[in-house]
Design a protein around this ligand. Structure first.
Ligand SMILES: Cc1ncc(COP(=O)(O)O)c(C=O)c1O
Length: 472
């Protein structure tokens, strides 16, 4: 096991100005507000905070930023948590700062965007879209890949393709992002929330069968943190009961299960290329279809419910409205950005895995001392290092650790508010059995910064601060 390096004097890196070490630079709101042209690095950090606030952490952050109206009827520790996040999201980090997520770019994104512009095709379904889709089809041995403007969009398409009707039930974890459930609710379906496994935080496959009713149409496993759900067990149940499997692989790009890519196991799979993911295009996603018979309808849904794709292939002499659909395809500018990332996908994953391992090896000692639980990776899973998290002993410790880390410039965070406890989850979904593991985990999880743009020194700094924060 390697030695943890405590970095004691990062501020000395200020001497170099905003160079490689800028993320450790002292960032104060005063500097940001008074500078007529804030350094891009500062602006980036502020944007990232905003991004986390609006999109990707959990549903009640929005309420928090909105106002404090619900605080009076909230239990005490939840209030503190809310206050913590309000603070974290509305001010740029003070002191040394290692962002929770930092976008890693290759050198080619702008070149490819310029090419798309020069080719005169910036709407969707052009050459870059084709190139990305072919790449995905080959990588996943998939019948068809369709780029979308988000994983949310890909999930919505999948639910239309699954022909979910009002009252139909879809089994999923409650410990997931809202989009998994929203896609179902938008078609009048009912999300049925089942508990997760304590080791992988994925849908507990042993609880699924008891949740199946005559109205059940599909199962949506989520590959949390880029660790695959038990696809063998889930597919077997789906086959036995005639259900569709839609993989929510938003976090699972380049993860593997039994040597095959996550996303190639279900009938369909939805990926995210949101800025917080491993491979990014700002907003972005893809729907993978693993059966050829799904392709024709999927192309129609993708193109606003029209047979435009068939028209361009010369299969029909005019195109018209033939089915439900929406505008799910991204512009070529997004596809061009994504192409640069796909070219470097293996390298990006390699860098993330290296940092993930560094956290994992170092925290083994803490786990032995029973201070934390580390992610547990089943032998058949090869993760993509999307998230590194620790489970601490309870909400009070979690709050203290997050606050201490923030104080030391480490942007750590948590999620999700389990969907079955959220207002919309209570209104539109139902639970099957108790969701004890879900409720326990969501109070104890601490997610640490992880990005291909971080260095091993950054990770060592985070490790040092976590050890300090957990010191008895
Ligand atoms: C499990 C899961 N599903 C769906 C989504 C939605 O992805 P997107 O932002 O690309 O719509 C996310 C995003 O974080 C997610 O984590």
């Amino acid at each position: 096991m390697h030695q943890v390096r405590f970095v004691s004097n990062y501020d000395s890196s200020l001497n170099n100005g905003f160079s490689q070490t800028t993320r450790h630079t002292t960032l104060s709101p005063r500097i940001y507000n008074t500078s007529p042209e804030p350094h891009p690095r500062l602006a980036l950090l502020v944007n990232q905070s905003y991004d986390l606030a609006t999109a990707h952490t959990d549903t009640y952050w929005e309420t928090v930023v909105d106002n404090n109206r619900s605080i009076t009827d909230t239990p005490a520790n939840e209030m503190v948590m809310k206050a913590y996040h309000h603070d974290a999201l509305t001010t740029p980090a003070g002191g040394q700062c290692i962002p929770f997520n930092q976008v890693y770019t290759t050198t080619q994104e702008l070149n490819y965007i310029a090419q798309a512009i020069a080719q005169g095709q910036i709407a969707g379904d052009g050459a870059f879209t084709e190139q990305c889709q072919t790449w995905l089809e080959q990588a996943f041995k998939s019948s068809k890949a369709l780029l979308t403007h988000s994983c949310t969009a890909a999930l919505e398409m999948a639910i239309i393709l699954a022909d979910i009707q009002p009252g139909d039930e879809v089994i999923m974890p409650s410990y997931t992002f809202v989009s998994t459930a929203n896609a179902v609710v938008l078609r009048g379906g009912i999300p049925v929330f089942v508990d997760i496994r304590p080791d992988t935080l994925n849908l507990d496959e042993t609880l699924i069968e008891a949740a199946i009713t005559p109205r059940t149409k599909a199962i949506i496993p989520v590959h949390y943190a880029g660790v695959s759900a038990d696809m063998t067990a889930i597919n077997a149940l789906a086959q036995q009961y005639g259900l569709l499997v839609i993989e929510d692989a938003a976090q699972g790009f380049q993860a593997q299960y039994k040597g095959q890519p996550v996303g190639s196991w279900g009938d369909m799979a939805a990926f995210s290329f949101h800025a917080t993911k491993n491979i990014v295009s700002g907003e972005g996603g893809a729907l993978l279809l693993n059966h050829p018979e799904l392709i024709q309808r999927a192309e129609i849904i993708w193109e606003k419910g029209t047979n435009r794709k068939q028209f361009f292939r010369g299969e029909v002499d005019k195109y018209t409205w033939v089915d439900v659909g929406s505008s799910y395809l991204p512009s070529e500018l997004v596809a061009a950005f994504l192409w640069a990332q796909l070219e470097q996908a293996a390298e990006i994953t390699r860098r993330r895995r290296k940092l993930w391992q560094r956290y994992h090896q170092t925290f083994a000692a803490l786990e032995l001392q029973r201070q934390v639980c580390r992610p547990s990776i089943p032998a058949e899973c090869e993760p993509n290092a999307h998230i590194y998290y620790l489970l601490v002993d309870g909400p009070q410790t979690r709050m203290r650790v997050l606050a201490d880390l923030k104080q030391q410039g480490v942007q750590a965070t948590f999620h999700y508010v389990p969907l079955h406890t959220a207002p919309a989850g209570r209104k539109y979904g139902r639970t099957h059995g108790t969701l004890r593991v879900t409720e326990d985990i969501c109070d104890r999880i601490v997610r640490l910064p992880l990005s291909a743009a971080l260095t091993t020194a950054d990770v060592d700094y985070v490790i040092g601060q976590v050890l300090q924060a957990l010191r008895p």
